[in-house]
Ligand binder design. Structure first.
Ligand code: SF4
Length: 512
């Protein structure tokens, strides 16, 4: 065997050795019962056609690689943004392992969450005992300041009532009567992680705001929404607010929880919105959401409490950041500081400098509704054409917002908006209506290999590249960072296409 103590091969190289290649070929021949290679190639080619695209679009009862996660994952992410808060997911243990691993693989940080470990007996008789024991264990073992409860499919299918269960658990002494245990039902068979985020933030606000009246102050609340770039983005948000001299409470501040230092101390809980600030946030004059589709129910609740509310679509780039900052300035009665004006001008300058490469580039964009909206808006600002905009968890309202956005620019003409479609649909679109670049998550790498469309990783989850989330993509500075990522990919592609010695290298230029 090629593997030995002297030569330890990484699996990527090891499996190319003859012994493994022979084993793979034998397994394929003996166990896979596959079709002849020629037939596989023939069908593969057919799946690139318009005929197959029509059949693919007619598909109804099956999703293939949907661009979304389930509700409780969003709830676990939201809960991580509050001081000393432990996520407790009522339901099956395997589901919670998935949320933890999904978040850890993206942030390269540990993600703590516990489950009530429901199994067959709880599925038949209900999970009350699991809740009673689970809350007691979680409280005793991990000493959180708050336990935020959400649910998996299993608990929702049998109809477990969280409010009654938590009340019962408190009566049984699992946690003190006055201990904060906000909750949110997060049925995973409807909606997506953005809805889970929404109901968990709402649940936490309700926990602290119930039976209290709004007393007006000049503070502002900001809810960032589900964001794989939260570490860089929330810090950038605070920097901009600091420059403006605006006092704001970031509700669900996940920036420290997913970026703990290596200094010999394990922090199960790091940073997060202080619980006293959540309580005080009731009295803010306004709550702004950076992502409409992550906060629809939350903002409805906040408005009902007497605050002004406004939602944005992941403000990045020039006009979206302008809009956000102007609203903050209006609410806070502040001006836009010179520093931010300069940053804006520099972003505009950078876009202008690279115009000859950006103009007319065609894009496919996939991800959550607000992210896709934001990227399409920025692409239009650069003179690019967002040809395919896809959000599996998008709805009719989002489609209409997208069409309005696209109609606002000559570069948006003829662009497609795909709500409810998945990455197998996108594969058909990329073969039949080609684009120059694709913006999305790591899941796009299979489409990149299949269709040859260069991928720019700019949204959750990014598993196969490291540390991108530590840098902002919101605001003017974030826009600059996105611009550089786009341009790098354009230049890398251009270099790769013009590197054949003596044939295409007349364009393998040092200066671009
Ligand atoms: S969809 Fe349901 S079963 Fe699957 S991970 Fe989410 S909660 Fe668990």
């Amino acid at each position: 065997m090629p593997q030995s103590a002297e030569t330890v091969l990484d699996y990527a190289r090891l499996f190319r050795e003859p012994e493994y290649q022979e084993m793979f070929a034998r397994k394929k021949a003996e166990f896979e019962c596959g079709h002849p290679d020629q037939k596989v190639v023939q069908i593969g080619e057919w799946t690139k056609s318009w005929e197959y695209r029509e059949k693919n679009l007619a598909r109804q009862a099956l999703s293939i690689n949907p661009v979304k996660a389930c509700q409780p994952l969003g709830a676990v992410f939201a809960a991580a943004g509050f001081e000393g808060t432990l996520s407790f997911v009522h339901g099956s243990q395997g589901c919670v392992a998935y949320y933890r691993s999904h978040l850890s693989r993206h942030f390269k940080e540990p993600c703590s969450a516990v489950s009530s470990s429901m199994t067959e007996d709880a599925a038949v008789f209900g999970g009350l005992n699991n809740m009673i024991d689970g809350l007691a264990n979680a409280y005793a073992l991990y000493a959180p300041k708050m336990i935020a409860v959400s649910t998996t499919c299993m608990a929702e299918v049998i109809g477990d009532d969280l409010q009654a269960f938590i009340t019962n658990a408190k009566v049984k002494g699992s946690v003190p009567q006055d201990f904060d245990v906000p909750y949110a039902h997060t049925p995973a068979f409807v909606g997506s992680h953005v809805d889970g985020y929404d109901v968990m933030v709402k649940g936490i606000l309700e926990n602290f705001w119930k039976d209290r009246e709004h007393v007006h102050t000049d503070r502002i609340n900001i809810i960032p929404g589900f964001d794989g770039f939260c570490v860089g983005n929330i810090r950038e948000l605070k920097r901009m607010l600091g420059l403006m001299g605006v006092k704001a409470t970031v509700l669900a501040d996940t920036s420290d929880q997913f970026d703990t230092p290596s200094d010999g101390e394990f922090r199960m809980f790091a940073g997060g919105t202080k619980l006293e600030d959540v309580r005080a946030a009731l009295n803010a004059k306004a709550t702004l959401s950076l992502q409409e589709y992550c906060t629809r129910k939350t903002l409805e609740y906040v408005e009902g409490k007497g605050q002004q509310v406004k939602a944005f679509h992941y403000p990045l780039g020039v006009s979206a950041t302008d809009e956000f900052l102007m609203e903050v300035a209006r609410l806070a009665g502040k001006g836009i500081p010179e520093q931010l004006r300069l940053e804006r001008g520099r972003l505009v300058d950078a876009i202008a400098d690279s115009q000859s490469y950006l103009h007319g580039k065609r894009y496919a964009i996939f991800g959550d509704p607000d992210f896709v909206y934001a990227m399409a808006r920025f692409v239009l600002e650069t003179g690019g054409e967002p040809v395919h905009c896809l959000a599996t968890n998008g709805n009719k309202a989002w489609e209409e917002q997208m069409h309005t956005l696209l109609a606002s620019s000559p570069y948006g003409k003829g662009c497609n908006v795909w709500a409810g479609k998945d990455l197998w649909h996108l594969r058909s679109f990329l073969f039949t209506e080609k684009v120059d670049l694709m913006i999305g998550s790591s899941y796009g790498k299979y489409l990149e290999r299949d269709t040859g469309t260069p991928l720019i990783r700019l949204t959750f989850p990014i598993f196969d590249r490291h540390h991108h989330h530590r840098f902002p993509i919101m605001g003017y500075q974030g826009g600059l960072s996105v611009l550089v990522k786009i341009l790098d990919r354009i230049f890398e592609t251009l270099d790769a296409e013009s590197s054949e010695t003596g044939t295409t290298d007349y364009a393998f230029d040092l200066t671009r």
